[in-house]
Write a protein that binds this ligand. Structure first.
Ligand code: NAD
Length: 257
């Protein structure tokens, strides 16, 4: 399948899953726009590396996904947006009574509201070209809950709701909107929450990985970035044209439990 001629905007893509998706979409021929809130030489170097190795046009555009106007400006600056991957996300782990309001607000803004703003800005652009794919990186935590992650779980359930609504609003067009719900993928966001989980549960690193994280992942293995990215590329294909307004779990059986 070739995505040549399409432009993909991937929020939060200077590391982890977003970066993996950028690589796979570029390998499939799409021009890619990478994003995060920083504006470092290394951010632009990632885009240059993708361009050099795949031959597509790759740009890095700084925009803070916690701010609605910057979400919308990202789409405007991209100029074209055939594929929108709402991927930016952060995490904070604490019991609800200790959960800082500032963390709640940031998680709701970055993990959920950013998808509202980018989608609202991207749909008119997609309608102009007559084709579009909106893919939201939700989570198994968009379908189930765990303790100590109130804001994240609220935001990811919200993203699943937004996905269904956008799927219905675009159902008669050649535009789809779906959410990928990964289980645990060993990326920086997961690495960084291991110390908090150790504190919250009073456990060692090995216990957190085995008894907390992968305890609900029946495969007992982390999902890989490439497996999530491959699902995203599939959702851009013609075979997926009638898949809309739904979730696809890539979670080693977690949500079957
Ligand atoms: P990550 O920390 O490697 O990536 C998060 C990305 O979001 C980074 O590029 C970061 O720079 C960016 N980001 C953070 N704040 C931002 C802001 N204000 N504006 C713009 N960009 C910002 O983690 P990841 O695991 O690759 O996470 C990517 C997505 O996948 C997140 O939405 C996460 O919730 C989701 N997810 C991850 C897992 C997992 O196990 N890793 C599982 C399910 C869902």
């Amino acid at each position: 399948m070739s995505l040549s001629g399409k432009t993909a905007v991937i929020t939060g893509s200077n590391s982890g899953i977003g970066l993996g998706i950028a690589w796979e979409l570029a390998k499939a021929g799409a021009d890619v726009v990478l994003n995060s809130f920083t504006d470092r030489d290394e951010d632009h170097a990632i885009a240059a590396d993708i361009a050099e190795k795949t031959g597509v046009t790759a740009r890095y555009i700084q925009a803070d996904m916690s701010k609605g106007e910057e979400c919308r400006a990202l789409i405007e600056k991209a100029g074209r947006c055939d594929i929108l991957m709402n991927n930016a996300g952060i995490q904070h782990v604490a019991p609800i009574e200790d959960f800082p309001t500032s963390k709640w607000d940031a998680i709701i803004a970055i993990n959920m509201s950013s998808a509202f703003h980018t989608t609202a800005a991207a749909l008119p652009v997609m309608r102009k070209s007559g084709w579009g794919r909106v893919i939201n990186i939700a989570s198994a935590h968009g379908l189930t809950a765990s303790p100590y992650k109130s804001a994240y779980i609220t935001a990811k359930h919200g993203v699943v709701g937004l996905t269904k609504t956008v799927g219905l609003e675009t159902a008669k067009e050649d535009i789809t909107c779906n959410a990928i719900c990964p289980g645990y993928v060993l990326t920086p966001i997961i690495e960084s929450q291991i110390p908090d989980q150790m504190k919250a549960h009073g456990m060692s690193r090995e216990q957190v990985i085995g008894d907390v994280m992968l305890v609900r992942q029946p495969s007992k293995d982390f999902v890989t970035v490439e497996q999530v990215a491959g699902t995203a590329v599939f959702l851009c294909s013609d075979a997926a044209a009638q898949i809309t307004g739904t979730t696809i779990s890539v979670d080693g059986g977690w949500t079957a439990l």
